[in-house]
Design a protein around this ligand. Structure first.
Ligand code: GAL
Length: 333
């Protein structure tokens, strides 16, 4: 009897796994979902709202790790992981106010993490403020040998003496890493090359669009071109995103061009994730839909970035999204 029933049971398990593989996202307002629902709260697998704002995603050993701002209690940076970019499991807090005396009263924004193959360490760069007035304008660095475990806080500083606010990290194909951050009261976007251990800036490479007043940088490479997306500077309020492209990261970069609608669909850029599959490579835009009055009411929005040709990038609104990490496709069910 048991032997006869077993195949049916196995079939059920296989179907269940396939469903999970296709991804269920949980939305607080609408219950169980089969895909990402933009505009709803993204919940983790325990049903809690995901706190990973201003964050980024990196792939490690088959899992996508989403690391970003968490302002609850004494937490500063949290880590979630997912096998399908839809179900996110909370894995731990990477930085808290007690990680280091310098963090006790700090405001940490836009943390990004990359892996250093030589030192075998995950390195985090972020925007550091001592209080809410944004006058400290520093970069800060932390590291850990385990992406899910607390990071060791190293220091905060102004790269080459420059102010440093909204920022991102980029690790190139050859292992060289770069830090981009808004300097001179956000008028200039600076590009720095990092030292081989990624723990410091080695060289000030370029000032991108001097006086351009850009922030929220997100950088990706596709084919022969780097694409850099940024927002204007209107605090928590959304504005028209722009992008530029270049064959060399240090430039010359193209003129800035509009992308998305005039409010970037009520979001501000934080990261672009390439999803490399066996059929195609897609590019996932991760934006923050900030609520400046009630920070914890802020949302994340995941949208597909598409390309008309080698240099034309487009961002369009989709209400629902289903990444297929095997084929690399971003489906819009
Ligand atoms: C935005 C910035 C956010 C946060 C906010 C505070 O311009 O991108 O990360 O700093 O200002 O007003």
């Amino acid at each position: 009897m048991v032997q006869k029933k077993l195949p049916l049971f196995i079939k059920f398990i296989v179907i269940a796994i396939l469903f999970v593989g296709n991804g269920f996202a949980y939305s607080q307002s609408e219950g169980l979902k089969t895909n990402i629902v933009n505009g709803a709260n993204f919940l983790d697998t325990q049903g809690n709202v995901i706190n990973a704002h201003g964050g980024g995603i990196l792939k490690v050993d088959g899992f996508y790790y989403w690391i970003g701002e968490n302002r609850h209690d004494d937490v500063l940076v949290s880590c979630y992981r997912s096998a399908d970019l839809v179900h996110w499991e909370f894995r731990g807090n990477l930085l808290t106010r007690s990680s280091n005396p310098e963090l006790a009263n700090a405001n940490i924004e836009r943390p990004k993490v990359i892996y250093n193959e030589t030192t075998k360490q995950f390195v985090m760069w972020m925007h550091y403020e001592l209080s809410r007035d944004y006058s400290y304008a520093r970069a800060a660095v932390a590291y850990s040998s385990n992406i899910e475990k607390p990071f060791t806080y190293l220091k905060s500083f102004r790269p080459f003496g420059n102010m440093s606010r909204d920022c991102t990290l980029y690790k190139d194909e050859d292992g060289t890493a770069y830090f981009l951050s808004a300097a001179r009261e956000n008028y200039d976007m600076m590009l720095y090359k990092l030292t081989d251990d990624y723990l410091d800036t080695k060289e000030q490479l370029a000032t991108l669009w001097p006086g351009g007043h850009r922030e929220a940088p997100a950088l990706v490479k596709r084919g022969e071109y780097y694409f850099l997306m940024t927002s204007g500077c209107t605090g928590w309020a959304p504005n028209q995103a722009k992008y530029a492209y270049s064959k060399s990261i240090s430039g010359p970069w193209s003129e800035l061009q509009d992308i998305g609608n005039t409010t970037t669909f009520d979001t501000q850029s934080t990261f672009i994730l390439p999803i490399e599959g066996n059929k195609t490579t897609s590019y996932l835009y991760i934006g923050d839909r900030w609520d400046g009055k009630q920070y914890f009411n802020s949302k994340n929005i995941f949208l597909p970035l598409t390309f008309q040709n080698d240099t034309e990038m487009e961002l369009n609104w989709v209400g629902t999204l289903l990444p297929n990490i095997l084929t690399g496709e971003l489906l819009t069910p």
